[in-house]
Design a protein around this ligand. Structure first.
Ligand SMILES: NC(=O)c1ccc[n+]([C@@H]2O[C@H](COP(=O)([O-])OP(=O)(O)OC[C@H]3O[C@@H](n4cnc5c(N)ncnc54)[C@H](OP(=O)(O)O)[C@@H]3O)[C@@H](O)[C@H]2O)c1
Length: 288
């Protein structure tokens, strides 16, 4: 299952998240299992410090799995320390180099702010607009197929659209039954921006409140599937993309099996009612 982005690219609805997956051996092992299981989309970022490991691994793994570069969808992101005219361009070219790619399928501004500044600093807006203009140029040059934003709220996106010539293809943001952002989903839909969720499984933590949520577990038990598949299915059933992260081969294989069943309206409502507006990752609401 995939979506066609405004820029024309086709993006799988499920991809592999790679935050905290580092080290050549581990990255190779995880990507090997993921490609064999059918994943064709990989989400990374310069701040994950694994782009080089991914690039090196894919050089060997694509031929091993009978795949070509154009068969997979690679996303990377501009780090918050590299915002601004010229810096964004340089950082993006470094990501391309590390990933051994001539182009990226999608490049996102990771965060609406710039590292080292207070959230209320008035320079954030200018710097992210400069980054965006660099990305528009890189897209025109063919180095980026699609461009988008991450952790932007509606006012950040509205401001960008007002000023820039190009609407983002994608918004990637935290979204799961404990943090439902329906207004933002509807806004993105109205603008043709694909909405992609991160931390759908409650992120990597010792105290995972999503995978152990009693309602999620009850629906999973009734259906004979894992809680992870319920959480991922809940999102894709709304047309929302997902990028679950795992280093466990069984989990990787299990997580992609979300198109073989449908949650009932009642089950969707029960999951919607779990919203507590709880952020597990960073919260961009204070960033000007
Ligand atoms: N743009 C942003 O600011 C941003 C922020 C956060 C994340 N992201 C992206 O989104 C991706 C996903 O989010 P995330 O890394 O926060 O974590 P996540 O996908 O919500 O959760 C990962 C955790 O779930 C566990 N898990 C995975 N599949 C499971 C299964 N079937 N059963 C039980 N446990 C399972 C993993 O453990 P095992 O490894 O043991 O399976 C890991 O502890 C990231 O990797 C990254 O690519 C982007």
């Amino acid at each position: 299952m995939s979506v066609t982005l405004t820029s024309g690219g086709v993006m799988p609805l499920i991809g592999l998240g790679t935050f905290k997956i580092k080290g050549r051996e581990l990255v190779y092992k995880v990507l090997d299992v993921a490609l064999a299981a059918g994943y064709r989309s990989i989400d990374t970022a310069s701040v994950y410090r694994n782009e080089e490991d991914i690039g090196e691994s894919l050089k060997e793994l694509l031929p091993k799995h009978g795949l070509k570069r154009q068969d997979i969808f690679i996303t990377s992101k501009l780090g918050p320390k590299d915002q601004g005219c010229g810096r964004c361009r340089e950082s993006c070219l470094q990501s391309l180099n590390k990933l051994h790619c001539d182009y990226l399928d999608l490049y996102l501004i990771h965060w609406p702010g710039t590292q080292g500044m207070q959230p209320g600093d008035t320079r954030h807006r200018d710097l992210r607009l400069q980054s965006w203009n660099d990305m528009v140029t890189l897209q025109k040059e063919g180095k980026l197929k699609a461009i988008g934003v991450s952790n932007f709220l509606q006012h950040h996106i509205e401001d960008l659209i007002k000023t820039a010539e190009h609407t983002p293809d994608v918004l990637q943001i935290e979204y799961h039954p404990h943090l439902i952002q329906k207004g933002l989903v509807d806004y993105c839909r109205s603008k043709g921006i694909h909405f992609q969720a991160y931390s759908s499984l409650g992120t990597t933590t010792d105290n995972n409140t999503l995978l152990t949520d009693p309602v999620v577990c009850k629906i999973a038990k009734q259906r004979g599937v894992t809680p992870a598949r319920i959480l991922l299915r809940w999102a894709v059933q709304q047309g929302v993309g997902v990028i679950p992260k795992s280093t466990n081969p069984d989990h990787i294989r299990n997580n992609i099996d979300i198109f073989s069943f449908t949650l009932s309206d009642q089950e969707m409502v029960s999951l919607d009612q779990l919203d507590t507006q709880s952020h597990l990752c960073w919260n961009p609401s204070q960033v000007l």
